[in-house]
Ligand binder design. Structure first.
Ligand code: AMP
Length: 376
């Protein structure tokens, strides 16, 4: 791995063609780089704004080799890619974050094991490989509890809430692939997250801790900064830093956390890529999460992840989200972002809007409702 920064006009290979790749490619272009996207999708959001695209399965060795030959460094915006495919890419070009980081984030058992070994608290959990093990895990952790697939879950897919012993059979039968993970239910006061970048030189820059509100298991609003006690903020920031260091990360990482009613910060999951809860940084920070993603993988110095404004980010999801687009464009205080997706399928993230507030003046809940005006 070369420690020299990537020179201007070099080509960054990005695996994954979604909106995270699109916004990373836009940040890369601003820094004078080209992006080459590897995706299975024709007309992907990322390819629309990039220099080149390879449309292929993520496991096809011929396409992977050709992709690697066409780029100078490789990153990813999407976790459900084959780790073996990423290994092949890493044998040909620097891959940042490195494949072991992807492997940890792809598997909830590996992720929780890694976090607990790094001294980071999670909800109590148990790996569940059989119906008997589920019984034993419920005995140990109690109900309510959340049963989740180990792999391929996102936006609440691949999980079931267990409230009573009668819920076990149906949840066990429905959730695939096995094995599963049982987590103790966290009666959280809020959900918070931190996005941090770590450079080739080991320097870490982290954005302010934010508060996330979900609707139907999908992120609806991010409030920046989170309205939390300074000690909680410090704990969340320290956790993000510790996780980045323990992973020996080069790249960007999001850490999603629960703040429980006792004031404890528990990690829910980590994502070694730009994150929906960091979209506010495009408009509220001199350097966004996408710029820090590109800078970290390109070996450039990391600027401080400073915010000049407070912000609320609202996702535009599915047909209902697209129905709000004209209103988002008509309201001058909203900053609109659309991802170029052809079809507004239910639950699909189509775009987002950001509303900025002078630093230190993020309103309370009623003020936020009012500030989003026609979008609430
Ligand atoms: P995940 O797919 O793990 O990100 O979970 C999606 C959402 O489900 C989280 O953002 C929480 O709102 C909720 N959730 C997941 N795990 C738990 C848990 N152990 N206790 C309470 N709520 C949870």
């Amino acid at each position: 791995m070369t420690a020299r920064p990537l020179p201007p006009n070099a080509t960054i290979g990005l695996v994954g063609g979604g909106q995270l790749g699109r916004m990373s490619a836009m940040a890369a272009a601003r820094l004078g780089y080209r992006c080459h996207i590897l995706t299975r999708e024709v007309d992907s959001p990322a390819a629309q704004v990039s220099h080149a695209v390879t449309i292929s399965d993520y496991r096809d060795p011929v396409s992977l080799r050709a992709f690697a030959a066409a780029v100078d460094v490789i990153s990813f915006e999407f976790e459900n890619i084959s780790a073996e495919g990423l290994d092949l890419l890493a044998s040909l070009r620097p891959v940042r974050p490195a494949p072991p980081v992807l492997r940890i984030s792809q598997d909830r058992i590996a992720e929780k094991t890694f976090l607990n070994q790094a001294g980071v608290a999670t909800a109590p959990w148990a790996a569940v490989g059989s119906r008997q093990e589920l019984e034993a895990a419920v005995q140990r952790l109690g109900l309510p509890a959340v049963l989740k697939t180990t792999r391929l879950g996102y936006d609440g897919k691949g999980q079931a809430m267990l409230r009573a012993p009668e819920d076990l059979d149906a949840a066990w039968d429905r959730l695939e692939p096995k094995p599963l993970v049982l987590e103790g239910f966290v009666d959280f006061a809020s959900e918070i997250s931190v996005v941090a970048a770590r450079g080739l030189d080991g320097a870490v820059a982290s954005f302010d801790t934010v508060e996330n509100r979900h609707r139907n298991h999908i992120l609806d609003l991010t409030l920046a900064p989170a309205r939390i006690a300074p000690a909680v903020d410090e704990a969340a920031q320290a956790i993000a830093c510790r996780v980045a260091e323990a992973l020996d990360l080069v790249g960007l990482l999001a850490v999603e956390m629960f703040l429980d009613s006792g004031g404890n910060v528990l990690v829910n999951e980590i994502a070694p890529r730009p994150h929906n809860s960091g979209h506010w940084t495009i408009d509220a920070c001199p350097a966004s999460q996408f710029e820090l993603h590109i800078r970290s993988i390109a070996g450039l110095p990391l600027p401080a992840a400073r915010r000049h404004s407070d912000a609320v980010m609202k996702n535009l999801i599915g047909p209902e989200g697209m129905a709000l687009w004209p209103a988002a464009l008509a309201e001058p205080s909203l900053i609109p972002h659309l991802y170029g997706k052809a079809e507004a399928l239910p639950g699909r993230k189509m775009g987002h809007v950001t509303r900025l507030f002078p630093r230190g003046s993020l309103p309370g809940d009623f003020g936020i409702e009012a500030a989003l005006g026609p979008l609430r």
